[in-house]
Design a protein around this ligand. Structure first.
Ligand code: MN
Ligand code: MN
Length: 297
């Protein structure tokens, strides 16, 4: 674990997130937003740890712009911008929700408040279950609902979801305790009271990740697989990251083969069960023996 890399990745992630929070996105396309955020990350000497997620309204997570994506942010939209930055595979994961309709302000404030409470209590030895309980009670007290099947997670070098989950609700049974010098992302997702509080997989899949490098004996597909591996390793990537060197039609054809053969996993978007608005806030932190470093603060 390289603490300096984490700190640097966190600093860049938080600066880029604050730029995204301040910007007026209405009228921009999701493609412009993704490209602008990713360009900022690269200009600061880091790499995106995953394609910037720009999930609108009832889409809670895992939407990134398609090549040429013309989806425009409208006045009443609620947009989650989820940003990953890595240096040498050490990842800072952070998110902000932007919206311009005052009727969603309380919802956005609730996600931020739940994250704040969770971050305040997170130390080495804090039980993940206690964090989940705090997140849930903060959200319900403010009159809203947590998304119960989305959670925070431990992070490891080149691995975003490294096996441990930090729930956004109280869960029965024992839970693990946070370890010093391990990185964790905490990310409450909140919906309205009439939401289901559960997300389901949608049809759209535009974020991908390599799951196996086993050759298919199809030269073009195997070459693409190795090219992706050399660029992104096991980290998620977007189709639009490949169209600089590959023809879009060709890359779609080869990606179809790679996903069918299970060399590549295509992540579905996650949609609120009752089609209600979802908001999110996220920080990455690393407990130490004596305190905690919120690297994306
Ligand atoms: Mn995230
Ligand atoms: Mn995360």
């Amino acid at each position: 674990m390289n603490f300096e890399c984490y700190l640097q990745a966190g600093k860049i992630a938080s600066e880029v997130r604050e730029n995204a929070r301040r910007k007026y996105h209405v009228g921009s396309t999701l493609l412009e937003i993704c490209e602008s955020v990713e360009a900022q990350i690269r200009s600061m000497g880091a790499e995106p740890a995953f394609p910037v997620n720009t999930s609108l309204n009832d889409i809670a997570a895992h939407y990134t712009a398609e090549p040429g994506d013309a989806t425009i942010v409208k006045e009443g939209d609620v947009l989650k911008i989820d940003i990953g930055v890595h240096i040498d595979g050490y990842i800072a994961d952070t998110a902000v929700t932007v919206c311009y309709d005052p009727k969603y302000e309380a919802l956005v404030r609730t996600a931020e408040a739940a994250l704040g409470e969770a971050v305040r209590m997170a130390r080495a030895n804090t039980k993940a279950g206690d964090i989940g309980r705090t997140i849930e009670s903060t959200i319900t007290k403010m009159g809203f609902r947590p998304i119960q099947n989305l959670s925070g997670h431990s992070l490891q070098q080149y691995t975003i979801h490294a096996g441990k989950s930090i729930p956004n609700i109280w869960t029965r049974g024992s839970s693990f305790a946070l370890l010093p010098n391990e990185a964790y992302a905490i990310e409450p997702f909140v919906t309205t009271k009439d939401g289901q509080g559960v997300v389901y997989e949608g049809k759209t899949r535009n974020i991908f990740g390599i799951t196996s490098r086993k050759p298919l004996k199809d030269k073009e597909a195997d070459d693409l697989l190795e090219a992706i591996w050399s660029r992104y390793k096991s980290l998620p990537f977007a189709m639009r990251w490949l169209t600089d060197k590959y023809d879009e039609k060709e890359v779609r054809r080869l990606m179809d083969i790679l996903t069918k053969k299970k060399n590549v996993h295509a992540y579905p978007i996650l949609v609120e069960g009752h089609g209600k608005i979802v908001v999110q806030a996220e920080h990455t932190l690393i407990p130490s023996e004596s305190g905690v470093n919120v690297i994306t603060l």
